[in-house]
Write a protein that binds this ligand. Structure first.
Ligand SMILES: [Zn+2]
Length: 117
């Protein structure tokens, strides 16, 4: 397990978490992921393994459909930082582009067929 740190673009939302090594990414073709276009962690992080600091009311949440998943973003800079997944409610999948020291565009990427669920 490794320690990682990440933040949105303006720094209003910062977080650290413990996870396996990030050696690949995940993209998804569902209606929201295909619009965000982010490369996400292939694993999910349990709530006890992530520590989130958000200044003021910067952390906003978007929900749609069944409203199981929580899509979090910074309402100052607009960046999607992480979401709580539909398949594992309360567990986080993170935007790798926000994580320090990881070159998200250089990782092998898996495509998840979320559109067919
Ligand atoms: Zn921000």
């Amino acid at each position: 397990m490794q320690k990682y740190r990440g933040s949105c673009h303006c720094g209003s939302i910062a977080y650290d978490f413990t996870a396996p090594e990030i050696d690949k990414g995940l993209r998804c073709n569902c209606s929201i992921c295909v619009r965000k276009g982010a490369i996400m962690t292939a694993f999910t992080v349990a709530p006890e393994d992530i520590n989130i600091q958000a200044s003021g009311d910067s952390l906003s949440t978007y929900q749609f459909g069944l409203k199981t998943a929580k899509h979090h973003f910074c309402n100052k800079c607009g960046i999607y930082t992480f979401h709580e997944t539909m398949r594992k409610p309360g567990h986080y999948r993170l935007n790798i582009g926000c994580i320090e020291g990881i070159k998200s565009l250089e990782l092998p990427v898996e495509i998840f067929d979320g559109a067919s669920i």
